[in-house]
Write a protein that binds this ligand. Structure first.
Ligand code: NAP
Length: 240
């Protein structure tokens, strides 16, 4: 049995590709999801990867969900914080609910799940955590103060936790995807998407597998000297 890996939001889009890639590399993968039972069942049927439903934005629910996973599969050694949502709108039109929902789901979720696993990782002297950020957290994006703040927060969170884990065998890194062909991006109006693609030097959207590849690299047992870094996977759209 390979190391136990939990991928939040692991049943669709980028998370699905990460789950499948980890399984292919020999990990024992568990995917989490938030509410789309139909997609989760279809995913499990197709991949054989178990799916656990719990809301990553709810601290108590996450502690309970992770405890159940660990009881059944053993300690989580690899955690990929991938679950995320958008609720776009300019500041002028954004209400507190949209702000809060995005911060809780994209950023507070990283605290919720890391808090549940970091103690065990410290005791065992091994852990791999990858947080999925975004090019829009690095560069900002019109109509996304909530999402950009959450994703930018992930990058700071990653560096701080990396410092804490460094002497304990725990690496913590972020991946910052550019625009990737998933349901999240399909929600963007076509005219806007066409304009975005023109800003991507490789001339196309990313595929979920492009992101999965970078996660596999970062969680490898051998990747002991990479921590606190952000790997940008964006087709050259934003370099810094
Ligand atoms: P997606 O296709 O919309 O899939 C989102 C996944 O997250 C689903 O499995 C969903 O579960 C789960 N999820 C959402 N809210 C949740 C909650 N409260 N609790 C547990 N699970 C929840 O999204 P994606 O495009 O693959 O994005 C994945 C990650 O990459 C996100 O963090 C996103 O911000 C980031 N990202 C995406 C892009 C892009 O271009 N697509 C670019 C940069 C960064 P259900 O199926 O149950 O809804």
């Amino acid at each position: 049995m390979g190391r136990v890996a939990l991928v939040t939001g692991g049943t669709r889009g980028i998370g699905e590709a990460i789950s499948v890639a980890l399984k292919g590399a020999g990990y024992t993968v568990i995917a989490n999801y938030g509410g789309n039972d139909e997609a989760a069942q279809e995913f499990t049927g197709r991949t054989g990867i178990p799916a656990f439903k719990f809301d990553v934005s709810d601290y108590d629910v996450v502690q309970d969900g992770i405890a159940k996973i660990e009881e059944e599969f053993g300690p989580i050694e690899v955690l990929v914080n991938n679950a995320g949502i958008t609720r776009d709108g300019t500041m002028y039109k954004m209400n507190f609910e949209k702000w809060d929902k995005v911060i809780q789901t994209n950023l507070a979720s990283c605290f919720n799940s890391c808090h549940a696993v970091v103690g065990g990782m410290r005791e065992r002297g091994f852990g791999r955590i990858v947080n999925i950020g975004s090019v829009n957290g690095q560069a900002g994006q019109y109509g996304q103060v909530n999402y950009a703040a959450a994703k930018s927060g992930i990058h700071g969170f990653t560096k701080a936790l990396a410092l804490e884990g460094a002497s304990k065998g725990i690496t913590v890194n972020a991946v910052a995807p550019g625009y990737v062909a998933t349901d999240m991006v399909r929600a963007v109006p076509e005219a806007v998407l066409e304009k975005i693609i023109k800003t991507i030097p490789v001339g196309r959207l990313g595929e979920p597998e492009d992101i999965a590849r970078s996660v596999l690299f970062l969680v490898a047992d051998e990747a002991t000297f990479i921590t606190g870094s952000t790997l940008s996977v964006n087709g050259g759209q934003h370099m810094y």
